[in-house]
Design a protein around this ligand. Structure first.
Ligand code: CAA
Length: 390
């Protein structure tokens, strides 16, 4: 049996209506802003308006993909999130009415912290290996929320990345090898009764680095590439400095002492969007890939490394090759516009939005019309979420 190449055929990103500047947060919390700009590598964070959630940004990310490729042969939709809106119904099902998904596709939600998007991508690759005529829409969508005034607060953010996964992909062909590492650890979690994540910050940073190193070891055991073969390393970025830390740790674990310039060359282009969007959990790694493709020089036929980490925890090290002609398929202008058109959020409204809770009485509650984006949550009624498109 000959196997066809499988990978990412198209990629699209969306973020929220609002952005909070870290200078505002630093001033309010009495923190030197360089702790954010330099220490964690974040300048702004995307913040959801009252009428936005993971469904509205997922729809906005996926719509351009359907507009370009249609829905034919999409037999599976995998939506990964750790900030889901329902304990039972898959968030992707709302996209049927919002963006017109085919009724002949299975729609499933995936959860394993920030790793869920990678699970979606790998499951999609498996389905396509079985039937290369099928395509899978994978959507990673998250709104990262920590307690106000906590160390995690400056690492909030929000984004959705939609990927069309297919045989003979136009952008990135996945290598067959991948390295895995899973362990039961309480570094970051969110009980059902909490809207904000709980985290043991320092433990989570160490757990991430250890898991990345173990996943790399497994990748090599499975016949993966040498470290020197990669043009760039796309890491999960809870904050952009984490990618630098993890890369240095990985190199040092292999007996290689890298200077700052070498690490910068491997990482910097992957961090430019995340630096202003913040943590987008499942989407973060793939936003890093989009940032790299939009900012690096020609990457044709170059190998890229991907390091996915989801607290709790699962890590995967995998790789792929950038395809000839990939640049024609990028959405660089739209990506930059999604970021530049965010409205600057003032601190008072930020706190109000953060402290707001969904009503639970089942009555009709229209939401405040705030977002300028194409989809909005218009109301909660009878315990149902009602969405509208513009
Ligand atoms: N100028 C420049 N740098 C400064 C500075 C200043 N004025 N003040 C502080 N810094 C530096 C510190 O030296 C430190 O740098 P190093 O990490 O290189 O030592 C950095 O800024 C951060 O300072 P602190 O360690 O004091 O920061 P903190 O304790 O307040 O918070 C954090 C850091 C624990 C990571 C916190 O942001 C947090 O809890 N974040 C959420 C958890 C997280 O993101 N974990 C990452 C791994 S888990 C994961 O990846 C899954 C996920 O998505 C959550």
């Amino acid at each position: 049996m000959t196997t066809q190449p499988v990978g990412i055929h198209d990629l699209s990103f969306a973020t929220t209506h609002y952005a909070l500047d870290h200078a505002v947060l630093a001033e309010r919390l009495g923190v030197d802003v360089d702790k954010y700009y330099l220490g964690i590598g974040q300048e702004k964070m995307s913040v959801a308006a009252a009428d936005e959630d993971i469904v509205t940004i997922a729809a906005a990310a996926a719509r351009p993909i359907l507009a370009r490729h249609g829905t034919d042969d999409i037999r599976t939709v995998l939506l990964a999130t750790e900030s889901g809106v329902d304990q039972s119904k898959a968030a992707g099902l709302y996209l049927h009415s919002l963006i017109g998904l085919p009724n002949t596709a299975r729609v499933v939600e995936i959860k394993q912290a920030c790793y869920g998007g990678t699970a979606g991508l790998q499951f999609a690759a498996g389905l396509i290996a079985r039937d290369p005529s099928q395509r899978v829409l994978v959507i990673a969508t998250d709104i990262a929320k920590y307690e106000l005034d906590s160390p995690g607060e400056p690492t909030q953010g929000a984004a959705a990345v939609a990927m069309l996964v297919s045989a003979n992909p136009a952008i990135l062909q996945l290598d067959p090898q991948s390295g895995l590492y899973s362990a039961d650890i309480m570094d970051f979690w969110r009980p059902n009764y909490s809207t904000a994540a709980m985290v043991d910050g320092k433990t989570s940073v160490n757990a991430y680095q250890k898991a990345a190193q173990e996943a790399w070891t497994d990748y090599r055991r499975k016949g993966g590439r040498e470290l020197t073969e990669f043009a760039a390393f796309c890491y999960h970025q809870p904050f952009t400095k984490m990618a630098y830390k993890a890369h240095r740790h990985l190199l040092e674990s292999q007996g290689h002492t890298a200077d700052a310039a070498e690490i910068d060359a491997a990482i910097k282009d992957t961090t430019l969007y995340n630096r202003t969007v913040g943590n987008s959990y499942t989407a973060s790694l793939y936003l890093g890939l989009m940032s790299l493709l939009d900012h690096a020089g020609d990457l044709t036929d170059r190998a890229l490394a991907f390091i996915s980490y989801g607290s709790g925890s699962v890590a995967e090290f995998f790789s792929g090759t950038v395809q000839p002609g990939y640049a024609e398929h990028l959405r660089t202008d739209a990506n930059r516009q999604a970021i530049s058109t965010r409205e600057t959020l003032d601190y008072k409204r930020y706190r109000e939005l953060h402290e707001a809770h969904s009503p639970t009485d089942g009555m009709y509650h229209p939401t405040l019309e705030e977002t300028s984006r194409p989809y909005r949550l218009s109301a909660l009624s009878g315990h149902k979420r009602i969405y509208e498109s513009r």
